[in-house]
Write a protein that binds this ligand. Structure first.
Ligand code: HEM
Length: 455
């Protein structure tokens, strides 16, 4: 695989679609959906059956998503979309795609097929073509068709496994309902291609570590939906975590914090507090670090825009950023984060003592992980390299890419924007295009509390 074939984020703002287009698009997609549904005999009773099987889908989703991506990673023409410039797998981007795919199937299994849903499927179809929000991404139609088939089989198997011994009549009707819905979805996704055709090309399949992909899918879905929607445990209330002192975030400022593997932007905006997930719905860019003009937050990667207070995406009206409740008690700012994230390192404490801005809990940072801190207005990234903590500036010295969403491998951090890499223990440049080293900062440990010293 030629590294230049790999996909990585590119710069340049995307123009938002006006809202009247959205309403017209949804109405058109809704009418097409209903036409296809009628054609294949998909009825409201089928929709109700699908809703009934949602817990089954949720239970099998990690396996289904794991299989889906294992397959895509085997074929060079689909694999190339998930590679870093150095040809290795882009784990952060894979995780993001897994989250979006799981959202798609859980929403589909809700059984509500209105214009808004049809508009969403229509948007997903276009996302794979040059008419999506990112015209540089193109997924040849044959792979989408193949994957719809694969998911159809996987859902049929899951439904049969779960219902066969309980109610074989229900099993039959539910499988049939899903089959009909899949025909409609296939046509909805395929029609996005219009007359676009890609040249035939092939490539020998490559070996894939399926266990690794499944573990990643499991982690991505747990992070997105928590353990409850896996069909495992009942829903748990969110956990209240102290993330800052109020004095650290004056009005008009923000702080990026990491809790249980989630990066969260905490904003103090015109007297109100807002906490948003720091992961753009487009490519997982560090949206909370973007420019804020009035109420509009713009992701620094491709210009996706969001309404700060609601998290609603203005560029893609079907998407929104996760929001978390913020409580300020005394001088401490708390954020309610969902339980069940992949990094269960922070012990559940209802109100842990607030940390200083340059401090972190060593238990929050397992080996191989990174934690962003804002100290005196400076963005710092702390790393755990084999049990020893290091800290550097958080922005790449090349084009100011945020290293917190980069890839840490041993002691080398790779920037997702252009592939520059640095030795985090010394700050030295390991690979171009960066030429300037990263500034480093001493880290000391006091019991479980790590402390970064800014000279
Ligand atoms: C059953 C078939 C498929 C479904 C249901 C599906 C679903 C989705 C969804 C929900 C999104 C997110 C749209 C968004 O919120 O931005 C997406 C985007 C994407 N999908 Fe698929 N997908 C399918 C097949 C494929 C295949 C075969 C590939 C091949 C590599 C692929 C690669 C991508 C990529 C690269 C994006 C990102 C597009 C962008 O950022 O503009 N998908 N897909």
């Amino acid at each position: 695989m030629n590294a230049s074939e790999s996909h990585h984020p590119t710069a340049g703002p995307v123009q938002p679609e006006p809202d009247q287009d959205k309403a017209a698009r949804e109405a058109e997609a809704g009418s097409f959906f209903r036409y296809m549904a009628e054609y294949v005999g998909f009825t409201p009773a089928d929709a109700a059956l699908i809703r009934q099987t949602q817990p089954i889908l949720a239970k099998y989703l990690p396996e289904i998503v794991g299989d889906f991506y294992t397959h895509l990673l085997r074929y060079p023409l689909t694999r190339r979309l998930f590679l870093l410039p150095d040809g290795t797998l882009n784990e952060a981007y894979l995780t993001l795609r897994m989250r979006h795919l799981s959202n798609f199937w859980l929403r589909t299994a809700e059984g509500v097929y209105d214009d808004a849903y049809a508009g969403y499927v229509d948007y997903v179809g276009r996302a794979h073509t040059s008419r999506g929000a990112d015209p540089t991404i193109y997924v040849p139609e044959r792979y989408v068709i193949g994957q719809v088939g694969m998911i159809q089989h996987a859902i049929s198997r899951a439904v049969s496994n779960e219902l066969r011994d309980q109610d074989d009549e229900l099993e039959f009707r539910a499988v049939e309902a899903w089959d009909k819905l899949m025909m409609v979805l296939l046509e909805m996704l395929a029609r996005a291609y219009g007359h676009e055709r890609e040249p035939e090309a092939d490539g020998a399949p490559v070996p894939v570590d399926a266990d690794w992909v499944h573990a990643l899918a499991d982690q991505a879905i747990t992070l997105e939906h928590g353990a409850a929607e896996h069909g495992a445990a009942p829903a748990q209330p969110p956990r209240r975590v102290a993330v800052a002192t109020a004095g650290e975030i004056p009005d008009g400022q923000r702080k990026i914090v990491a809790v249980d593997g989630l990066s969260i932007g905490v904003f103090h905006h015109q007297g109100e507090w807002v906490a948003l997930r720091n992961s753009c719905v487009h490519q997982g860019g560090p949206v909370a670090t973007g420019a804020l003009a009035g109420e509009v937050l713009t992701c620094p990667w491709h210009g996706y825009q969001y309404d700060l207070r609601s998290g609603r995406c203005l560029t893609d009206p079907h998407a929104e950023l996760d929001r978390y409740a913020v409580t300020v008690a005394g001088d401490t700012v708390f954020v309610d984060v969902p339980r069940g994230g992949p990094v269960a390192a922070i012990q559940a404490q209802d109100a842990p003592a607030a940390l200083q801005s340059n401090e972190f809990r060593a238990a929050d940072l397992a080996a191989g992980q990174m934690l962003p801190l804002t100290v005196d207005g400076r963005s710092i990234l702390v790393y755990n390299v084999g049990g020893t903590f290091y800290a550097t500036d958080e922005t790449c010295t090349h084009a100011q890419g945020p290293l917190s969403i980069g890839h840490l491998d041993g002691k080398v951090i790779t920037c997702l924007l252009h592939g520059s890499c640095f030795d985090v223990t010394t700050g030295a440049v390991v690979c171009a295009p960066a030429t300037q080293p990263l500034k480093t900062y001493p880290v000391t440990l006091d019991g479980d509390i790590g402390r970064v010293t800014i000279a």
